[in-house]
Design a protein around this ligand. Structure first.
Ligand code: SAM
Length: 175
Protein backbone atom coordinates (compact mmCIF):
# COMPACT_ATOMS: atom_id res chain seq x y z
CA UNK A 1 0.00 0.00 0.00
CA UNK A 2 1.28 3.45 -0.91
CA UNK A 3 -0.19 6.38 1.01
CA UNK A 4 0.55 10.09 0.55
CA UNK A 5 0.35 12.44 3.53
CA UNK A 6 0.01 16.14 2.90
CA UNK A 7 1.44 18.18 5.81
CA UNK A 8 1.01 21.86 6.64
CA UNK A 9 -2.18 22.67 4.71
CA UNK A 10 -3.10 26.35 5.13
CA UNK A 11 -6.84 26.76 4.50
CA UNK A 12 -7.60 29.00 1.53
CA UNK A 13 -4.07 29.55 0.36
CA UNK A 14 -3.19 25.83 -0.10
CA UNK A 15 -6.57 24.50 -1.29
CA UNK A 16 -5.57 24.10 -4.90
CA UNK A 17 -2.17 22.57 -4.15
CA UNK A 18 -3.70 20.10 -1.70
CA UNK A 19 -6.23 19.07 -4.35
CA UNK A 20 -3.39 18.64 -6.83
CA UNK A 21 -1.36 16.54 -4.39
CA UNK A 22 -4.38 14.22 -4.14
CA UNK A 23 -5.08 14.10 -7.87
CA UNK A 24 -1.42 13.43 -8.62
CA UNK A 25 -1.25 10.70 -5.96
CA UNK A 26 -4.29 9.07 -7.57
CA UNK A 27 -3.20 9.42 -11.19
CA UNK A 28 0.32 8.15 -10.56
CA UNK A 29 -0.48 5.01 -8.61
CA UNK A 30 -0.82 5.73 -4.89
CA UNK A 31 -3.68 4.01 -3.07
CA UNK A 32 -4.72 6.76 -0.68
CA UNK A 33 -4.10 10.37 0.29
CA UNK A 34 -4.41 11.77 3.82
CA UNK A 35 -5.07 15.51 4.04
CA UNK A 36 -5.92 17.99 6.78
CA UNK A 37 -9.50 18.13 8.04
CA UNK A 38 -9.66 21.76 6.93
CA UNK A 39 -9.14 20.61 3.33
CA UNK A 40 -12.55 18.96 3.03
CA UNK A 41 -13.20 20.78 -0.27
CA UNK A 42 -10.13 19.06 -1.73
CA UNK A 43 -11.48 15.71 -0.55
CA UNK A 44 -14.74 16.34 -2.42
CA UNK A 45 -12.96 17.31 -5.62
CA UNK A 46 -10.65 14.28 -5.55
CA UNK A 47 -13.59 11.96 -4.84
CA UNK A 48 -15.60 13.47 -7.69
CA UNK A 49 -12.73 12.71 -10.06
CA UNK A 50 -12.46 9.15 -8.71
CA UNK A 51 -16.21 8.61 -9.18
CA UNK A 52 -15.95 9.77 -12.77
CA UNK A 53 -12.62 8.40 -13.94
CA UNK A 54 -12.22 5.41 -11.66
CA UNK A 55 -10.20 3.99 -8.84
CA UNK A 56 -9.67 2.45 -6.43
CA UNK A 57 -8.43 5.53 -4.57
CA UNK A 58 -9.29 6.76 -1.07
CA UNK A 59 -9.18 10.20 0.49
CA UNK A 60 -8.96 10.54 4.23
CA UNK A 61 -9.12 13.63 6.44
CA UNK A 62 -7.10 13.94 9.62
CA UNK A 63 -6.92 16.53 12.38
CA UNK A 64 -3.46 15.35 13.34
CA UNK A 65 -1.18 14.69 10.34
CA UNK A 66 1.81 14.24 12.67
CA UNK A 67 0.01 11.41 14.47
CA UNK A 68 -0.34 9.65 11.11
CA UNK A 69 3.47 9.64 10.87
CA UNK A 70 3.92 8.61 14.51
CA UNK A 71 1.55 5.69 14.18
CA UNK A 72 2.58 4.52 10.71
CA UNK A 73 3.38 0.79 10.65
CA UNK A 74 5.71 0.74 7.67
CA UNK A 75 8.34 2.80 5.90
CA UNK A 76 8.17 6.60 5.78
CA UNK A 77 9.65 8.72 3.01
CA UNK A 78 9.74 12.50 3.41
CA UNK A 79 10.19 14.46 0.20
CA UNK A 80 12.48 17.43 0.75
CA UNK A 81 15.02 19.37 -1.30
CA UNK A 82 17.51 18.78 1.54
CA UNK A 83 17.33 14.98 1.36
CA UNK A 84 19.35 12.30 -0.42
CA UNK A 85 18.96 12.14 -4.21
CA UNK A 86 16.08 9.93 -5.32
CA UNK A 87 18.28 8.18 -7.88
CA UNK A 88 20.52 6.94 -5.03
CA UNK A 89 17.80 5.52 -2.77
CA UNK A 90 14.94 4.45 -5.06
CA UNK A 91 16.07 0.79 -5.09
CA UNK A 92 16.06 0.66 -1.27
CA UNK A 93 12.58 2.21 -1.06
CA UNK A 94 11.24 -0.19 -3.67
CA UNK A 95 12.65 -3.11 -1.71
CA UNK A 96 11.00 -1.82 1.48
CA UNK A 97 7.67 -1.58 -0.33
CA UNK A 98 7.75 -5.31 -0.97
CA UNK A 99 7.87 -5.81 2.83
CA UNK A 100 5.13 -3.41 3.94
CA UNK A 101 3.25 -0.16 3.36
CA UNK A 102 4.90 3.09 2.36
CA UNK A 103 3.99 6.57 3.61
CA UNK A 104 5.14 9.47 1.41
CA UNK A 105 5.11 12.81 3.25
CA UNK A 106 5.02 16.13 1.41
CA UNK A 107 4.95 19.59 2.97
CA UNK A 108 3.49 22.97 2.19
CA UNK A 109 5.23 25.57 4.33
CA UNK A 110 8.18 24.82 6.61
CA UNK A 111 8.18 21.18 7.70
CA UNK A 112 8.91 20.59 11.43
CA UNK A 113 12.29 19.02 12.13
CA UNK A 114 10.94 15.92 13.85
CA UNK A 115 9.48 14.84 10.49
CA UNK A 116 13.06 14.70 9.14
CA UNK A 117 14.04 12.62 12.16
CA UNK A 118 11.13 10.20 12.02
CA UNK A 119 11.37 9.48 8.29
CA UNK A 120 13.41 6.43 7.25
CA UNK A 121 14.30 8.33 4.09
CA UNK A 122 14.53 12.06 3.44
CA UNK A 123 14.49 12.13 -0.34
CA UNK A 124 15.16 14.93 -2.80
CA UNK A 125 14.03 15.21 -6.38
CA UNK A 126 17.00 17.41 -7.26
CA UNK A 127 18.33 19.59 -4.44
CA UNK A 128 16.54 22.59 -5.94
CA UNK A 129 13.42 24.14 -4.43
CA UNK A 130 10.24 23.41 -6.39
CA UNK A 131 6.85 21.96 -5.56
CA UNK A 132 5.25 19.12 -3.60
CA UNK A 133 3.20 18.20 -6.66
CA UNK A 134 6.24 17.94 -8.92
CA UNK A 135 8.28 16.11 -6.28
CA UNK A 136 5.49 13.62 -5.69
CA UNK A 137 4.98 12.98 -9.41
CA UNK A 138 8.63 12.21 -10.08
CA UNK A 139 8.93 10.12 -6.91
CA UNK A 140 5.92 7.94 -7.77
CA UNK A 141 7.03 7.49 -11.35
CA UNK A 142 10.47 6.34 -10.15
CA UNK A 143 8.97 4.11 -7.47
CA UNK A 144 6.71 2.32 -9.95
CA UNK A 145 9.28 2.48 -12.77
CA UNK A 146 6.74 3.95 -15.16
CA UNK A 147 4.31 1.04 -14.85
CA UNK A 148 1.65 3.29 -13.30
CA UNK A 149 1.28 5.05 -16.65
CA UNK A 150 -0.49 2.04 -18.15
CA UNK A 151 -2.76 1.31 -15.21
CA UNK A 152 -6.35 0.10 -15.66
CA UNK A 153 -9.08 1.99 -13.75
CA UNK A 154 -12.05 0.33 -12.09
CA UNK A 155 -15.64 1.57 -11.68
CA UNK A 156 -15.22 4.60 -13.91
CA UNK A 157 -18.27 6.20 -15.49
CA UNK A 158 -16.13 7.96 -18.08
CA UNK A 159 -12.93 7.32 -19.95
CA UNK A 160 -10.77 9.60 -22.03
CA UNK A 161 -10.09 8.30 -25.51
CA UNK A 162 -6.60 9.45 -26.44
CA UNK A 163 -6.63 11.56 -29.59
CA UNK A 164 -3.98 13.22 -31.64
CA UNK A 165 -6.08 16.38 -31.67
CA UNK A 166 -9.21 17.38 -29.79
CA UNK A 167 -10.97 15.93 -26.79
CA UNK A 168 -12.96 12.74 -26.57
CA UNK A 169 -14.55 11.41 -23.38
CA UNK A 170 -16.75 8.31 -23.64
CA UNK A 171 -19.20 6.92 -21.12
CA UNK A 172 -17.97 3.56 -19.87
CA UNK A 173 -20.11 0.64 -20.86
CA UNK A 174 -20.50 -1.47 -17.69
CA UNK A 175 -21.56 -4.64 -19.54
N1 SAM B 1 10.52 25.77 2.43
C1 SAM B 1 9.88 24.60 2.94
C2 SAM B 1 10.86 23.81 3.82
O1 SAM B 1 12.02 24.18 3.88
O2 SAM B 1 10.45 22.85 4.44
C3 SAM B 1 9.36 23.72 1.81
C4 SAM B 1 8.43 24.42 0.84
S1 SAM B 1 8.08 23.52 -0.68
C5 SAM B 1 7.20 24.75 -1.60
C6 SAM B 1 6.78 22.43 -0.27
C7 SAM B 1 7.10 20.99 -0.38
O3 SAM B 1 7.53 20.67 -1.68
C8 SAM B 1 8.21 20.49 0.53
O4 SAM B 1 7.77 20.29 1.85
C9 SAM B 1 8.60 19.20 -0.17
O5 SAM B 1 7.76 18.12 0.23
C10 SAM B 1 8.35 19.52 -1.65
N2 SAM B 1 9.59 19.81 -2.38
C11 SAM B 1 10.01 21.01 -2.83
N3 SAM B 1 11.18 20.91 -3.47
C12 SAM B 1 11.53 19.59 -3.43
C13 SAM B 1 12.65 18.83 -3.92
N4 SAM B 1 13.65 19.40 -4.58
N5 SAM B 1 12.65 17.51 -3.70
C14 SAM B 1 11.64 16.90 -3.04
N6 SAM B 1 10.57 17.56 -2.55
C15 SAM B 1 10.51 18.89 -2.75
Amino acid sequence: EVVVLRLGHRPGRDNRMTTHVGLTARALGADRVVIAGSASGSKETIEDITDRFGGPFDVELTDSPRAVIREWGGTTVHLTMYGLPIQDIEDDVRRDLTDGPLLIVVGAEKVPFDVYERAEYNVSVTNQPHSEVAGLAVFLDRLFEGQELAREWENATHRVVPKETGKKVDPVDET
